[in-house]
Design a protein around this ligand. Structure first.
Ligand code: PMP
Length: 276
């Protein structure tokens, strides 16, 4: 496999990273995951904008132009012959002997790789279960940083309990999943947490909001509570790699069984129909 390191594509086995990369010691960096559909990157501009924003929020200077970002993705997917899959792109603050205080003249370290990955049709059809647990992450979940320990622990706790994904809540308020956004459909209205500091503004989330508008489904970016979730509701999760996946069961802090519903199915169909 060929991967990207600094400014060029090299063989994975030749990719050696600097010992004092701040990404390694502090999780001091940002990333993006971009879907490739039939050899074409999906929502590239939105990913670029989110990367730029994440970097800017933690004072990492963007050294990659949108064109360079796009070229890296293009070259990786071409060289690795990715048809349907994704590109992972990471930018850390740079290399400097470990100290909390960072110098302002560091050069960010870029690493990226491409992977073939099928659309999870089975999950999209049959749904997944969630493990509901307290969201213990920091208060800047809007920044897509590589510091993901709380997400890693949440996802693994969910798996330990036989669930596919975590449902994170702060008190009773549902925020998002460990690596997905969460939507509730109640009495025909779609609810999802607003894009503030408590969640990552998912690109798939943004697409779903657009699709809901286009299809005149009422959608409110309003937080919903654990107590709002009932058996008659629909729930689904979204992410770049999953697209739109129904939730059929929640356990943990609450216990609810759900069915994939008509709104979820219509949004899935609209997502498939969207030009990629
Ligand atoms: N929330 C979190 C915490 C995530 O890590 C992700 C995926 N990286 C998402 C939501 C979904 O975002 P996207 O649709 O851009 O993949």
């Amino acid at each position: 496999r060929y991967v990207w390191l600094h400014d060029k594509m090299i063989k994975e086995e030749d990719a050696h990273l600097p010992f004092f990369d701040r990404g390694y010691y502090f999780g001091d960096g940002v990333y993006e995951v971009i879907r490739i559909y039939s050899g074409k990157p999906f929502m590239l501009t939105a990913h670029w904008k989110r990367l730029e924003r994440s970097a800017s929020e933690i004072n990492i200077e963007m050294t990659v132009t949108k064109q360079a970002f796009s070229d890296i993705i293009f070259q990786l997917k071409e060289k690795n012959e990715i048809h349907n899959g994704y590109v992972y792109f990471q930018m850390t603050r740079g290399i400097e002997e470990r100290q909390h205080l960072y110098s302002n003249d560091l050069s960010p370290v870029i690493t990226a790789f491409a992977k073939e990955s099928d659309i999870p049709l089975d999950k999209q059809k049959h749904g997944v279960s969630l493990w509901a647990m307290e969201d213990i992450r920091w208060l800047r979940c809007d920044i897509k940083t590589i510091h993901l320990l709380a997400n890693v622990m949440a996802k693994n706790t969910a798996f330990t309990h036989g669930a596919e994904e975590a449902l994170l809540h702060r008190g009773n308020t549902v925020t998002e999943g460990a690596s997905t956004n969460i939507f509730l459909v109640k009495n025909g209205v779609i609810y999802t947490h607003p894009a503030d500091n408590y969640i990552l503004n998912g690109i798939t989330r943004q697409v779903v909001i657009e699709l809901a508008k286009e299809n005149r489904f009422p959608l409110k970016e309003t937080p919903f509570s654990l107590i709002d979730i009932s058996e008659n509701d629909e729930m689904f999760i979204t992410s770049t790699t999953l697209e739109i996946v129904p939730v059929t069961c929640i356990r943990g802090s609450i216990e609810v069984t759900l069915q994939p519903g008509i709104v979820t199915r219509k949004l899935q169909a609209a997502f498939q129909a969207r030009e990629k």
